[in-house]
Design a binder for this molecule. Structure first.
Ligand code: SF4
Length: 377
């Protein structure tokens, strides 16, 4: 667990799912690429240098032992001062190599730490939804709603029952943990988990429209106090109003009546983070992609956080020559990266330069966007 984090929107990270290299004994982390957004995974580079030494590939599962670090699991309980704690910044909590039992234990710790806020970010949106509110056939796990998915008699999992079952598991794990830490006290006197936990924010990564179209509807179907997307690295345009099912913001208003019965149970998307890629092989982010997210959030009244430009930034705040990519105003990258002199720029195209993450900074059209969502009681 990192006591502090360099990530702009969090104070600390919590990484109790670890991996041990069976050959060298080195301890680090494990994950597996799920999508184009994983290509330059920061955690993988860090793990290669300072962890198990292995890349994040499924082929390495036999080379490692993946385990839940019980000491790190409890660390948020020791932090009294409220913090924003990024859950599993070095892997994906909902990857298939993480058993439900470990997820239960981590949510139990979150339930026991109401002083902290826990953003959970995944690229495995379907598994996250299934963890909280599974649907489909109980035999094969298929999401089909009308049977015919396997040879077994078809049994549809009920959302409400499954949610209640998951809540009970989280509450049970939290009570067991509390009883272990405070022998002689009865946790049921004070602990009652009314999921979704108000201090847990659930989010999905969305780097382009196809990933947004696949993951955001799953997120919107998952019970959560706060739902967010991290459009980072932003690798293509995303129109949040065209998400299947009525758009990320429209869906919030169309389902609000049915889903506000618990008081914590907000619907829709509550927070959008956007940012460019960093690292040696970083890909450029077109400024129009970030502007479009900013503007649709502003129109919907949803908080927007611009995390960083990453390695590349538009040439709107200094004169510069060097490695550059042409941009067109319609939001496309026109060419491969070139070595360019600023005087070569021809209208209507303009340029995005490799300034480096620090110099590129976090201003979008001269403004720092730092808004966070608020849980409504
Ligand atoms: S899911 Fe996250 S941690 Fe895992 S490989 Fe992809 S970017 Fe890295």
């Amino acid at each position: 667990m990192a006591d502090r984090s360099a990530i702009e929107w969090t104070d600390a990270s919590w990484n109790c799912i670890r991996a041990r290299n069976k050959k060298t004994g080195k301890v680090g982390w494990h994950c597996e690429h799920a999508t184009t957004g994983c290509i330059n995974c920061y955690a993988e580079g860090f793990n290669k240098r300072l962890g198990t030494g292995l890349p994040f590939k499924p082929g390495h599962r036999d080379d490692i032992e993946i385990f839940l670090d019980e000491e790190m699991l409890l660390q948020p309980l020791r932090w009294k001062k409220p913090r924003m704690i990024f859950v599993c910044s070095m892997t994906d909590l909902f990857a298939d190599f993480v058993p439900d039992e470990w997820i239960d234990k981590m949510f139990a710790v979150m339930a026991l730490c109401p002083q902290h806020t826990f953003p959970v970010l995944t690229k495995r949106a379907r598994r996250m939804r299934d963890y909280f509110a599974p649907t489909g056939c109980v035999n094969c796990g298929d999401g089909q709603l009308e049977g015919g998915c396997c040879d077994e008699p078809y049994v549809l999992r009920g959302d409400k029952d499954s949610e209640a079952f998951r809540d009970a598991l989280i509450e049970g794990a939290a009570q067991a943990l509390y009883a272990k830490l405070h022998p002689g006290e009865d946790p049921s006197l004070w602990l009652a988990v009314h999921a979704p936990l108000p201090n847990v924010w659930l989010g999905v990564s969305a780097e382009r429209q196809p990933e947004a179209d696949e993951r955001i509807p799953e997120l919107l179907a998952t019970p959560a106090a706060i739902r967010f997307i991290s459009a980072e690295p932003l690798l293509g345009p995303i129109d949040l109003l065209r998400i299947p099912g009525g758009g990320a913001f429209k869906m919030a208003t169309s389902t609000i009546g049915a889903a506000t019965n618990t008081g914590w149970h907000q619907v829709g998307l509550h927070w959008v983070i956007a940012g460019g890629e960093s690292g040696p092989a970083a890909r450029p982010m077109h400024p129009e992609w970030a502007r479009s997210l900013r503007d649709s959030c502003a129109a919907a009244g949803v908080p927007f956080f611009f995390k960083q430009w990453g390695e590349w930034a538009p040439d709107d705040f200094s004169n510069h020559s060097g490695r550059a990519a042409w941009l067109s105003p319609d939001g496309t990258l026109l060419d491969d990266v070139l070595e360019i002199d600023k005087s070569d720029c021809k209208k209507p195209c303009y340029l995005i330069f490799r300034y480096g993450k620090k110099a590129a900074g976090r201003f979008l059209d001269g403004v720092e966007h730092n808004r966070f969502p608020k849980v409504q009681g």
